[in-house]
Design a protein around this ligand. Structure first.
Ligand SMILES: [Zn+2]
Length: 632
């Protein structure tokens, strides 16, 4: 789920984008540090060259010798040397002579195609230069990500996409990026946030925007039918827009309308759209949430399989975790219970917007600056704010203010005092305890996991375990933890469902993560570990799938879903996106309470033939490219 607010369209201003990608891919940063990193990177690589003598010309650029190759198929691994020239794999054979400027010794480790993330929101974080490398993905072995997901082409409001893509291409990015155009973004531009059907003229405008995006290289359309304004759209509206991508050979990625009790209807809608539009439908982060709905995925899979039997291209992706969302933390005391009868006396967003009526535009913009210190206010951003209609400006500032965490709950002194006062009345306290218990029972006490807590020994334990160790009731434990600002994670997906889905040969891997700010905030651990966690937990430990199956699900399968014929396999002629994976040293270090830990196990990583991770360390290169469906 995208985290930015108030995004503008990225493509509508695109006229003649320059998407040429700079060859070589070295970082242009002229700091001494980068130079040193590059120097030592090259130094160490060349030290491993096969010839002891200085050589002026080599047969290949990179030789990976002696590794066991999982080529992307379900076949068992085979031993081979792999030669790379430029950005391509040029030779694969058991053993062959030849020299290379970089020789990687892969004895005892595995070679796989670079991992392809079918569902990612890294475009949110990659605006910021320090995130351009997407290190949390490179360290998972990811070489290509598909962005513009869940209906939101997440381009920041303060820069035109054409400028950004050009800059990304010139300055470099870590992994390759493929773009989708977001239906929600298109709709918001044409209709705003109004809950109604488009007029025929508006429909034409939306179609033109989707067409324009496809002309500029987008791979298809994404929807977020659970989010505003995507949820305002009826099936026909989406269908009309999906039809636009058909002549380009595009794809439809969808965050379906319901991932709970109405899962089946939502899956049917995705299938119907595919059938009527003649376009493949891809279901994002396929799952069912809520304990009472667990098991529904079996019927959903049957629907998909019946459609596939009929020749429709219906596929899905999955992240292998029991908890969801960019904001995984849930209150143990729900807001309605926390506020009780006081709810009517609390300021809400509408109140705040009313208060803002008394502020001038420039005062509102100043306030916005103060509450969003993480957004650098560029001239373009300032201009955007200056030109925002009054209503949208008050709404933007109000929304931003309301989303600040310490504005409500235990950290808000007034709310806290009122809550404690109610707890001192036996009658009120009884009501609160009952409501808290009801809230917890919906998930089950064993399915509430304590994420962040001042009592460190409780982190990672379930609420039931915490209550047992405290010798208190579940309700009192929950209230006590809430008051100390504990963050809890409800396990909304069933482990059995995860394993049922993971075995399907039409389900690829998608992290649904983002390019994180290292060390800042509490991102979902999927941003750091999805790909290696899937291999470690589900292939190596639980053996729910074979290693070849897990690797295929994040290499050749995503490539075939995206209709790519030059990535996703270890094959001669294919792009040299390659992981050298040390399964004996596979370590997932990220945890709910300490998410900012890179995964370990990727010994070497090549993106477009360029080594980016060498000996488990990032070397500063940014050889990723912005991929385009329509080549210009
Ligand atoms: Zn989504």
């Amino acid at each position: 789920m995208p985290t930015h607010q108030g995004h503008e369209k990225w493509f509508y201003t695109m006229e003649k984008p320059d998407l040429r990608v700079k060859k070589g891919g070295f970082v242009k940063t002229k700091t001494l540090f980068s130079c040193l990193v590059l120097f030592f990177g090259i130094f160490f690589l060349t030290q491993t060259a096969s010839s002891g003598q200085p050589q002026t010309s080599f047969d290949y650029d990179v030789l990976i010798k002696g590794g066991k190759v999982y080529d992307g198929s379900l076949n068992p691994p085979f031993q081979a040397d792999i030669a790379i020239k430029g950005d391509r794999i040029v030779r694969i054979a058991r053993s062959f002579p030849g020299t290379a400027s970089t020789v990687i010794n892969a004895k005892g480790v595995y070679i796989t195609p670079g991992f392809i993330d079918l569902h990612s929101h890294v475009d949110d974080g990659m605006y910021f230069p320090e995130n351009r490398a997407c290190l949390n993905y490179l360290f998972q072995g990811v070489t290509t990500v598909i962005v513009g997901q869940c209906g939101s082409s997440a381009w920041p409001i303060f820069e035109k996409a054409e400028d950004m893509i050009k800059r990304w291409s010139e300055e470099g990015i870590g992994p390759n990026l493929a773009l989708l155009v977001g239906h929600g973004t298109v709709r918001q531009l044409v209709i705003g946030m109004e809950n109604r059907e488009p007029t025929p003229e508006e429909m034409e405008k939306m179609k033109a925007l989707v067409k324009e995006a496809m002309e500029h290289g987008a791979y298809g359309l994404s929807t977020g039918l659970i989010y505003l304004p995507g949820s305002f759209a009826k099936t026909d509206e989406v269908l009309e827009l999906v039809k636009v991508v058909r002549p380009y050979g595009g794809i439809y990625h969808t965050h379906i309308r319901n991932e709970r009790e109405k899962l089946l209807e939502a899956v049917k809608e995705a299938i119907e759209i595919s059938e009527k539009a003649g376009v493949p439908s891809h279901i994002s982060h396929f799952k069912v949430m809520g304990k009472e709905n667990w098991g529904l995925v079996k019927e959903a899979c049957s629907l998909i399989e019946a459609a596939r039997e009929r020749g429709l291209e219906i596929t899905a992706d999955q992240y292998p975790y029991q908890f969801s969302s960019g904001y995984p933390y849930q209150s143990l005391v729900p807001r309605s219970v926390w506020l009780g009868g006081e709810a009517g006396n609390m300021l809400n967003r509408e109140d705040i917007e009313k208060i803002f009526e008394h502020l001038g535009d420039s005062e509102l913009i100043d306030l916005y600056k103060k509450v969003t210190p993480y957004i650098p206010l560029t001239d373009r951003h300032q201009k955007f704010l200056n030109e925002l209609p009054r209503k949208r400006l008050t709404s933007l500032v109000g929304r931003t203010l309301m989303s600040l965490q310490d504005f409500q709950g235990p950290e808000n002194e007034r709310e806290r005092m009122l809550f404690l006062k109610r707890m001192s009345s036996p009658e009120e306290a009884k009501k609160i305890r009952e409501a808290v218990r009801k809230n917890i029972e919906e998930n089950g006490t064993e399915n509430f996991i304590i994420g962040i807590c001042v009592e460190k020994n409780l982190e990672g334990k379930s609420l039931a375990q915490a209550a047992a160790s405290k010798g208190k009731s579940i309700e009192d434990t929950a209230i006590e933890l809430e008051l100390m600002g504990t963050k809890c994670i409800p396990l909304q997906m069933g482990e059995e469902d995860i394993e049922y889905i993971i075995k399907k040969d039409y389900v690829g891997t998608g992290s649904d993560g983002t390019a994180t700010f290292y060390g800042i905030g509490l991102p979902h651990i999927r941003s750091y570990s999805t790909f290696l966690h899937k291999i470690k937990k589900y292939a190596l430990e639980r053996k729910a799938v074979t290693l070849a199956h897990a690797i295929r699900s994040q290499t050749s399968l995503p490539a075939s879903i995206m209709n790519w014929d030059d990535r996703g396999w270890i094959k001669e002629g294919y792009k040299a996106d390659i992981v050298v994976l040390d399964l004996n040293n596979l370590k997932i270090k990220t945890s709910i309470s300490n998410p900012h830990m890179y995964s370990q196990g990727v010994k070497y990583l090549l993106v477009n033939g360029k080594v980016v991770i060498t000996g488990g360390k990032y070397n500063g290169q940014l050889p990723g490219q912005v991929l385009k469906l329509k080549k210009s």
